[in-house]
Write a protein that binds this ligand. Sequence first.
Ligand code: AQP
Length: 326
Amino acid sequence: MKKILTGLQPTGNITLGNYIGAIKQMKELQNMYDSYIFVADLHAITVPQERENLRKNTYNLLALYLACGIDPNKNTIFLQSENIYHTNLSWILECNTYYGELSRMTQFKDKSKKNVNFTTGLLTYPILMASDILLYDIDYVPVGQDQKQHLELTRDLAERFNKKYGDTFKIPEPYISKTGTKIMDLVNPTIKMSKSNENKKGIICLLDDIDLVRKKIMSATTDSDMIIKYDPENKPGISNLINIYSSLTDKTIDEVEKEFINKNYGEFKKAVSDVVVKLLSQIQNEYQKYVNSELIDNILQKGIEKTLIEAKKKYEDVKNKVGFIR
Ligand code: AQP
């Protein structure tokens, strides 16, 4: 069976962007693939985190995975920081990565701009991401468009290592769904919807109050020409709402345009709110069952036992090829 893997960072409240770009796809793919989903807590500390917040966000994210329909019987669910082989392999890969490759990553450029004293981890974390994937011979990685560049780096590193040391790593492919691949901020639709965006009016969090969600969508930035047409360059706000609607209803962009051909922006926004609110209400109901539940620790225990065995095997192979004697 082919394998897929994804991970989210517990850096705050999970957004609709994270859901559409990663969780929804995992939910759909879990029936067809051997699926791995982890909490990327090591990635989270590339930017400052408060201890209690990190702990809370980690538990919340795990509860959200379950609430969103990630089935622990179909997925290997684990905590990145608990598996030492991720960082061990990352170091070896780091010694086979060039500074220039990392410094041109768009996400590094964006995030380093936000803070003059950015950490080295922010620069090197795509290598840790490569390690997350390459340890398990993953075939497909469901990612939003924003992570495609990092996956390309993973492929380059794997190919470079295989060429230098012999066949070791499987070369993973991105799995990008056709619609809704990059959800944008509702207030400023030219930037990505991110957990850490300062203006919370622009982001929809899965645990947001339902009335607030409606308000955020109804006041999303659009334009003045009153045509519901997909044109990300000239109509980024409307195109973003089309993306959200299309992705949550599984309709194509064409179908959405046709559905709203004679409708105004208010009617369209109301329809978008309805589908988002329906989804969020379901998730929030389920979430109550899992938050603070012992089930989470049991799931993590099972996940770490399995992934330690698999990751160790791959890491031993790498170590041996590099020339470490024990
Ligand atoms: N806006 C988005 N649209 C589509 N997909 C998205 N993803 C994130 N934002 C969007 C997808 O979510 C997965 C995991 O993301 P992450 O938590 O590991 O890190 P991120 O991409 O940095 O997410 P954020 O929300 O932007 O977090 P912060 O603010 O902490 O940096 C990935 O598959 C990503 O594609």
